[in-house]
Design a protein around this ligand. Structure first.
Ligand code: CTP
Ligand code: MG
Length: 231
């Protein structure tokens, strides 16, 4: 089953504190953005990549795409103020798609079996998102005081990719735009429509490069995958 992927890459990476878009930082000598793009470039089921970028970074990113021989990027619209706006800008570029995946450009460690399971589930059921089971004990805290321990058995930490039938995500985005609703992921927009969304168990390695420590974890993951056995 073929799919198109939207990669929001128009953030500024404030929490990384690198004074530049964190996606340009390198892991094993290759920019984070390129690691993520390579996954989809190499996936024969992926038809096209839609990349939301900052306008002032477009030329630099174009150069990088050429240097690393990434050929599947078919549109690079300007991103927006919030991640949701960046995803929306990409949606506007897509014509005639059945299944759309939204994936943070900042998650370079996503693997093909998870992607393919998401595409399969979204094709069958409409919407499927990646997540992992919560590992720590979870408590509800208000004003520094524990209110209760939350039953962890039903709690999942949600990641991307998030996969949808194009028609469903499009409808969800239009409704959110109309209502001025801002969600923290695409699934939230679909939930508002009352449509069912299914979970696909992903990997704890599918981290989002967010703070400096993640660079260390990232190097360790790559090292293990290339046979260095750092854990
Ligand atoms: N993103 C985007 N447009 C925005 C904000 C974020 O395309 N207005 C992208 C980022 O480039 C990243 C993904 O959405 O690939 C996930 O966002 P996040 O991890 O929060 O990245 P940043 O917003 O860049 O980082 P920070 O929140 O620390 O500033
Ligand atoms: Mg952000």
């Amino acid at each position: 089953m073929q799919y198109d992927v939207i990669l929001p890459a128009a953030g500024s990476g404030k929490r990384m504190g690198a004074n530049q878009n964190k996606l340009f930082l390198e892991l094993a000598g290759v920019p984070i953005l390129i690691h993520t793009l390579r996954v989809f470039e190499q996936d024969t089921q992926c038809r096209a990549i839609y990349l939301a970028v900052k306008s002032e970074e477009r030329d630099y990113i174009q150069q990088q795409l050429a240097q690393y021989e990434i050929h599947k990027v078919v549109a690079m619209p300007d991103g927006g103020e919030e991640r949701q706006h960046s995803v929306y800008a990409c949606m506007q570029e897509i014509k005639n798609s059945e299944i759309v995946l939204v994936h943070d450009a900042a998650r370079p460690f996503i693997e093909l079996p998870t992607i393919h399971e998401l595409v399969q589930q979204a094709t069958e059921k409409g919407a499927a998102i990646a997540g992992v089971r919560a590992k720590d004990t979870m408590k509800n805290v208000q004003d520094g005081k524990i209110q209760e321990t939350v039953d962890r058995s039903n709690l999942w930490m949600i990641q991307t990719p998030q996969a949808f039938r194009f028609e469903l995500l499009n409808r969800a985005e239009q409704q959110a735009a109309e209502d001025g609703f801002l969600g923290t992921d695409e699934a939230m927009l679909v939930e508002r429509l009352g449509e069912a969304i299914y979970i696909v168990e992903s990997s704890y390695e599918n981290i989002k490069m967010t703070t400096k420590e993640d660079l260390v974890f990232g190097e360790a993951i790559l090292n293990r995958r290339t046979g260095g056995h750092s854990y």
